[in-house]
Design a protein around this ligand. Sequence first.
Ligand code: TXE
Length: 494
Amino acid sequence: MGVDSYTRRTLKRSELTQNARHYINGRWETGVTTGLSENPSDTRETVAEYARADRSQTELAIRAAADAAPHWSHTTPQRRADVLDQIGSEILARREELGLLMAREEGKTLPEAVGEAARAGHIFKFFAGEALRGGGGETLASLRPGVQVDVTREPLGVVGLITPWNFPLAIPAWKIAPALAHGNTVVFKPAELVPACGWALAEIISRAALPAGSFNLVMGSGREVGQTLVDSPLVDGISFTGSVETGELILQAAARRHAKVQLEMGGKNPLVVLADADLDRAVDCAVQGAYFSTGQRCTASSRLIVEAPVHDAFVVRLRHRLAALKIGHALERGTDIGPVVDRVQLARNLAAIAAASEEGAEHVWGGEPLQRATQGHFMSPALFLARPEQRVARDEIFGPVACVLRADDYEHALDLANDTPFGLCAGICTTSLSRATHFKRHARVGMTMVNLPTAGVDYHVPFGGRKASSYGPREQGRHAAEFYTTVKTGYVLA
Ligand code: TXE
């Protein structure tokens, strides 16, 4: 494997298998059983041996968080800001080492992984500022004479944070940082495929002088650890990112006991390319949005809706770009696209590709498993020409697979863009200000992009969508306070 010398140097420090333990009530704990995570670029390499909890060990973490809640919720904003700032500084200082661990465990390319680690650090720094600014409040005169009313925000209490594997540091960061900033205590459950990343983050948090029990890490299965969090009467709020199926189960279970819930789920995001677009720019947006991170992003542009006059030229240019992409080991310099995260997801992608051909979508490029020097889950990026009713154009595949839909004109393109159960992000490539403005207003999504890929968002502004993509208040930025606080209205006769 052609891992370059920079990577080899860094690898020496972290090539050993990590021993990832739970962090419960301020102590590192072994699990009830042990699991393994492997490198999807080279499955002979074990990245972590990690502790797996059962229901009763998870309940210990929840109890610790509940016991710590009164203390942490009354700490000063300065204390919370200092803690978050310290965590952010350490993540930023160790971004390359953390990025390397992430590239080994999740399979995204090293530059992407280092970038994500840096983003996680910046998120903690942003929420250090939010701890000082607070969630916002107001004072008003009552309708009754002499009475004052104030509206304040208080911490929710204990929050259970359940995260997926595709952004192993950034997603935990954008849940943990606002939770702590607004005075909540946390039980964090990372995805089973990326325990070492969850543990590395917990290890940094553990050194930030939080009171014992304010932050807890428990690893293990969704059905046991995750479900215990969702069902526990001591957990006041659940923030989840993952599949639609699991999100819906969580929503129903949380609703049964009136718990607050925030869900970020799938996407089938359209990128519209109009005839007046800068075509090179549009192809760039499509390649980055649909295929980078191996297409494993809820914001991936998996539906490319192209206006008829430029349809064929767009497809030709995109196919050329796909043919030139380098697919390989995540640590190899020059790799554009790393492996699929595991064999289950690879099988799912290949099955969706076979189904696309069977249902009559026209195959343009790729979609085959690839052999490389190491044994990894590699596949070539796939492109189809599809009709709107075909499954390849409707289901989230969560791999490097996109389809092109032909649009007669702008209005048709907008209809196609909105013709989906999802509503996370929508992009348009055009040089027309009026079309771009119209699209921004009429796309039924939570985020729009003009002349940009649908994937790639900032941490200081809201993230989330509509329809089957999201449920509950938005994540990130100032809006994170909506989920992580509860509003209290106070009346005083002056
Ligand atoms: O997701 P799950 P998985 C999609 C993508 C992928 C598919 C499956 O299509 O192919 O989901 O991935 C925890 N109660 N996305 O299996 O199952 C689980 O342990 C409580 C899209 O990873 O939703 C993990 O920590 N928790 C998505 C988290 O939920 C439960 C990103 C997500 O797992 C649970 C990831 C339960 N009953 C996958 N069952 C996106 N759009 O960003 C599981 N979990």
